[in-house]
Design a binder for this molecule. Sequence first.
Ligand code: ZN
Length: 219
Amino acid sequence: MKLVQCWDDGVTTDVRLVSLLRRHGARATFNLNAGLHKQKRQLGWHHGDTEVWRLARGELREVYDGFSIANHTLTHPHIDQLPIDAARREIGEGRTCLQTLFDQPVSGFVYPFGTFDEVVAQAVRDAGHVYARTTRAADLGVSTIDPMAAAASCHFLAPDFWQRLDRARPSGVFGFWGHSYELVDEAMWSAFEASLARLCAEPGVQWCDPTDLFDGDSP
Ligand SMILES: [Zn+2]
């Protein structure tokens, strides 16, 4: 079974998440907004009662060492509501900055808020990305039919997470996404670690980056 996990927004709780992932030998892809990481950690927003902080620019490489990085635009706008030139800048500069920052190719993209249209999808493709993930959930496995509208199996807190894994099993691929700031208490962290251990025990488990699921030659 190929497993894919994607985590968005480059927040400070990713520090705890990556240490947990390393302990279990699980690969993951982190989707970042290069323009939002400043010299110091910055308060981003509130998730319920919890403050969500973005990582400082200078710590990104160390935090995500060994993990895959994908582009989530430069500053996380509603990209389908921008003039196309601004959208292209958000997409293109987001990718370029991440490649410079991490000194690795960046060919994955995730639409901020999951919203996009055909013009945006084409701009993402033109900028050199091989896939773009939405926030939609695929019915079976991971939807790669349209690489610019790729869908994971579900969000990591989906109530039917394990049923979806069962439904995905014949396809051989299961993918989920989320934000580490959604793990708001110790019980949730423990539950996620238990889920991760259970996933790692899947027969023939192979953690992948989404780019592994696309051939890269799509038109
Ligand atoms: Zn996001």
